[in-house]
Design a protein around this ligand. Structure first.
Ligand SMILES: NC(=O)c1ccc[n+]([C@@H]2O[C@H](COP(=O)([O-])OP(=O)(O)OC[C@H]3O[C@@H](n4cnc5c(N)ncnc54)[C@H](OP(=O)(O)O)[C@@H]3O)[C@@H](O)[C@H]2O)c1
Length: 335
């Protein structure tokens, strides 16, 4: 419905995993664009673990979302009306739409999608933040080299599915950690992971990592943190690189896990490095060119997990913390 902008606002800060009880849906009249603005019809919005951080009391280096504010999110949209030079009705754009159906945004918050490259949802996943995080995290931070052994946690998620394949394409031996036999089979059979560990079925994760990586880990790409990080730290090879991409096991935890194996870094002369994908903003074109070429020659595959209906975005956010998604999670807003 074009005359109403439906939006999902934060109602209350969660303790633990966020869900529908922490959000509310509101509707307001669509606002006609002023000079330098566009009116959009949102097609898809992203759902990301970082959102749970943004709505917490102390989100750290990012700006906090206050109760009553529209949930911040990237989206893919179609331009309905434009007062921005270079953007016309009908154009498909990547924008900071938030979780809303018909936002009116400043032109600077909107980027036109190039013709003929990827599908709209690819620009939230493999060619968007998730794919670029995996690409730069694995190559520029992890510094993977051919023949190395690489372990990826959260391997069947949006970032993990790409991170492992970047290492596989760089001729590494790649082992993925994921929850459940089905996700593990998909990683091996479809994405070319050489081995997998179903952490939900392993009583001793460190022992499982040792079995899967007998020569130790040259690179650990970590999306999970906590006990998973400890299990990997206990299995490092000499001069290993530990890439701290995320720590989803800790994001909504009531009590933080104290990592015990930091001492391993000394004897292994290993390096631990965190990063934020925007550190590489000036190189995004390079990352997208690499990823697009590998999609075209079919060496890189990826999955988008689509949930239908803007009203289900809060439920989708909770899914990330329960392992309910395989691949990049998005919500379809428009028809
Ligand atoms: N540094 C950056 O710039 C940057 C940018 C984007 C994302 N990230 C981080 O990258 C990570 C992945 O993000 P994403 O968007 O691709 O999400 P995702 O991996 O698609 O979804 C989260 C997955 O994490 C796993 N998980 C949830 N709770 C867990 C737990 N307690 N223990 C182990 N695994 C758990 C679940 O898979 P299972 O079924 O396998 O449990 C779930 O599917 C997140 O930590 C995110 O914060 C970092």
């Amino acid at each position: 419905m074009r005359n109403a902008n439906r939006r999902i606002v934060l109602r209350a800060r969660p303790t633990g995993v966020a869900g529908p009880e922490h959000f509310a849906e509101e509707a307001e009249a669509v606002r006609a664009p002023g000079p330098g603005e566009v009116l959009l019809e949102t097609l898809f919005v992203s759902v990301d673990p970082a959102m749970r951080v943004w709505i917490s009391e102390n989100p750290g280096y990012v700006q906090r979302i206050e109760p009553g504010e529209t949930m911040r999110a990237s989206g893919i949209a179609r331009v309905l009306e434009s007062r921005v030079e270079g953007l016309a009705a009908g154009d498909l754009v990547h924008a900071r739409t938030g979780w809303q159906s018909h936002p009116t945004l400043a032109g600077e918050a909107v980027e036109k999608l190039p013709d003929g490259i990827g599908s709209p949802t690819d620009w939230l996943g493999v060619l968007g933040t998730t794919g670029l995080t995996a690409f730069f995290g694995m190559r520029a931070v992890g510094l993977v080299r051919p023949g190395e052994t690489v372990l990826v946690s959260g391997a069947a998620g949006g970032v993990g599915q790409i991170a492992g394949q970047v290492a596989r394409i760089e001729a590494c031996r790649v082992v993925g950690i994921a929850g459940g036999a089905e996700k593990c089979a998909w990683l091996r059979d479809e994405l070319g992971y050489h081995a997998t560990i179903d952490y939900k079925a392993e009583p001793d994760l460190a022992a499982a990592v040792a079995r899967a990586c007998p020569g130790g880990l040259d690179v650990f790409y970590d999306n999970v943190g906590g006990a998973t990080l400890d299990a990997a730290l206990g299995n490092l090879a000499l001069r290993a690189r530990v890439v701290i991409c995320g720590r989803i096991s800790q994001t909504a935890a009531s009590e933080l896990y104290g990592v015990r194996n930091m001492g391993q870094l000394i004897g292994k002369r290993a390096r631990v490095e965190g990063f934020v994908v925007t550190d590489f903003q000036h190189r995004f074109a390079e990352g997208r060119a690499w990823l697009t070429a590998r999609m075209r020659d079919e060496s890189l595959r990826h999955r988008v997990h689509e949930i239908a209906g803007l009203e289900r975005a809060p439920e989708a956010l909770g899914m990330l913390f329960r392992g309910g998604n395989t691949g990049k999670l998005v919500v379809r807003v428009g028809a």
